[in-house]
Design a protein around this ligand. Sequence first.
Ligand SMILES: Nc1ncnc2c1ncn2[C@@H]1O[C@H](COP(=O)(O)OP(=O)(O)OP(=O)(O)O)[C@@H](O)[C@H]1O
Length: 583
Amino acid sequence: MRELQHLNKYFLKYKSQLFIGIIITIVARLFLLYTPRYVKQIFVIIENFSANIITKEVFRSQLTEAILYIVGAAIIGGVLTFFMRQYIINVSRYIEFDLKNEVYQQYQKLSLNFYKKNRTGDLMNRITEDVSRVRMYAGPAIMYSINTITLFIIVIIYMMKASPKLTLYTIVPLPILSIIIYKLSKEIHKRSTIVQEYLSKLSTFTQESFSGISVIKAYGIEPQTSANFKDLADGSKEKQISLARVQAWFFPTMILLIGVSNLLVIYIGGMQYINGEIESIGTIAEFIIYVNMLTWPVATVGWVTSIVQQAEASQKRINEFLKFEPEIKNPTDIPSKINGNITFKNVSFTYDDTNIQALNNLSFHIKEGETLAILGKTGSGKSTILDLIGRLYDIDEGSILIDDTEINLVNLENLRDSIGYVPQDAFLFSDSIKNNIKFGKQDATDEEVIEAAKNAQVHKNIIAFNNGYDTKLGERGITLSGGQKQRVSIARAIIKSPKILLFDDCLSAVDTETEEKILNNLTKLTKGKTSIIVSHRVSSAKNADKIIVLDNGKIVQEGTHDTLINIDGYYKHLYLKQLSETF
Ligand SMILES: Nc1ncnc2c1ncn2[C@@H]1O[C@H](COP(=O)(O)OP(=O)(O)OP(=O)(O)O)[C@@H](O)[C@H]1O
């Protein structure tokens, strides 16, 4: 139960609802207990009438009174049971909501490295299935426990008062029932976890095949994919059947044990009646109802134990992630003003998951308002430089200065706020084009969105769609071409009008003519802003104030376009090659 202590703060938060829920549960049970007592009373009335102890009128009025009590108590008990669920189950839903938010907030804080080390499926499971299991503890487990305890105490007192001997005999099978249900619940849980794993394998497989449907069709591998699906579906079916087999034991076991208890009541009770140890046959009827009333709560003892064990295991998994300290933290709450001077001093960086050294003793400086172009072969470390400026990773050696302050001392929110980043793989959300652009500036007006799209040379494409800027992207929406995606992604960055703009090879999918137009617009838009353009094309780099060429994480050439085209090396070679391609 140590892990579940994490939920105590939520129980405290909802203490009044929980308290009311508990009181209602207790009172509801008290009302439901009227039934067996008045059933017994009815038997006594019938016995008295049969023995001519009471007149027909008295018999009628006593009988009506007892029936009215039973009906009244059942109605009040029923209404209270409704409110009991309303209070306690609702609290569990609130706790589920709070916990999901807590986990999500934590996910957002964690650094990229965390996401590399943990699979997406695992992250999803902890926020969905594990939280659901914990909810079962916060709601149903608590509700049924109070229910069981209350009923047990009151019913046993009533039963002992009526006949201690009968009580002992009839409650003997109950612990056996509890143990069997506990074992069954554990087995059901074990098997349903396997079923769940199969289902998620099946849905991942299906999702992937739908996403890659064009590749599947192009390679004509539909039969193979269908066979793989059939294998997985077969496995899933087998596991479902094995689960159903155990589940099928649940109710027969309960019915059998209730039956045994009922038989014991009738047999022992009957003997006692014959021997005159109990005064009315009504006591047997009363006991039969008590035993039936106790069966379900007793069964839930086993069920609740298994719920608590599952919740404990799930909360442990959740706590593991909640305890994770983000590697990259905001060092200060004091705002940092960012002008856009960037200095790399002998920076070395190795990705700790792959052990690949991406940057090796790298130094350069860009003044506020300048443009730097970075070129180099693939894997030479260009994107890594941009990631380090956004402080997505912390460096191992050297220092990165933002306006003369070490990057890890700059207010992280201000730093990222002052950066407009266009990644290599433009990522667009399944939302309208307008909202995808407004992602860069939530309160942007429609005019600003259009202006940004025009500057990114994508406005004409957008208005050609039937729904224009309201066109939905992604699943069930339209698919943009690679170049259109890149340009929407550029519009998203420029609408933000940040101090620092980072373009990671984001014009690779547009033709050279559009590239030229976008670059011209960017020259105007980036006035006074620091820009870094990563590219494989000289055309994107030639107007930059400074160009650096990387190889294996090191700067191998540095200068302006005019100087570099006159020096033998990568840049001149690339320039001549791309020049010849244009003719
Ligand atoms: N997230 C990562 N985790 C581990 N290693 C990485 C990661 N990103 C890049 N690397 C490795 O670091 C090196 C530099 O990668 P980087 O993406 O910075 O190169 P790049 O010059 O931008 O390449 P490209 O032109 O192909 O985009 C590569 O060897 C790459 O495999």
